[in-house]
Design a protein around this ligand. Sequence first.
Ligand SMILES: NC(=O)c1ccc[n+]([C@@H]2O[C@H](COP(=O)([O-])OP(=O)(O)OC[C@H]3O[C@@H](n4cnc5c(N)ncnc54)[C@H](OP(=O)(O)O)[C@@H]3O)[C@@H](O)[C@H]2O)c1
Length: 251
Amino acid sequence: MKSKTSRWAGKVALVTGASSGIGAATAVALGALGMRVVLAGRHRARLTATARRVHATGADALVLTGDLARADACRRLFQTTKRRWGAIDVLVNCAGIRGGNSLLATPWHELDTALRLNVAAPLLAMREAVAHMRGKRDAAILTLGSMVGHRVLPGVPALYAATKHALRILSDGLRTELAARRSPIKVALISPGLTDTPWHTNRGGIRRGGKPFPYAPLRPEDVARVAVQILETPRHVQIRDVLLNSSAQPH
Ligand SMILES: NC(=O)c1ccc[n+]([C@@H]2O[C@H](COP(=O)([O-])OP(=O)(O)OC[C@H]3O[C@@H](n4cnc5c(N)ncnc54)[C@H](OP(=O)(O)O)[C@@H]3O)[C@@H](O)[C@H]2O)c1
């Protein structure tokens, strides 16, 4: 049920990748804080399913579709949000793809799409969000990195790991630029280990063919809870990086 006591209640969050997995769970958790949540992704039916879950918390949800690998669609997402609900207070950069297994054999267009969706789109979204957040006392930009952006794990595709490493550096750089402007915007990178989402079932991940995970993964709600904890810190506290994995993860 929706919280009326959170200082974020009534404010606007934009969550990319809200149609499934971690993004959907985060959107629901922000709804439970009393936030109005913009749900972005390509698939309207899946976003509408998330909207139903947000509504069940008592919060408002707005579904906006678009391919965020395209800069024009990303800009349009912010323009439409501003026109419909005003400036956002929280951005959650969650949309991402794996982008193929091989630097040499994966077709270039797949690698290019991953670079645009996993790196260019979150950076553009950060720029748009900062413009929205000008003058606000409470605002936050949360980006989904990955454990593999911090350390090399066996079998992880290099391009994907590189995009997540880039997000780590971009988040640090953004925080530094904002600090020089004495901006109160919180900037955090959340880097989960293996998490049980459609990523692993639908898109050629480890659980293909219905095989179980090699160990018990995190649940999307575990990651969403971290996003809420970052928002709920006092204004003077800045959580920069959170790495989390299931206690069963062996490396
Ligand atoms: N699952 C894990 O083990 C794990 C671990 C560490 C980090 N992460 C990160 O967590 C984030 C969410 O992943 P997830 O596990 O929740 O996977 P997921 O369920 O596959 O979610 C991916 C989201 O990205 C959206 N998306 C994909 N391509 C898009 C595009 N071109 N334009 C707009 N949206 C697009 C998808 O929505 P549409 O299909 O509707 O477009 C979906 O909502 C990703 O950044 C991932 O790198 C995941």
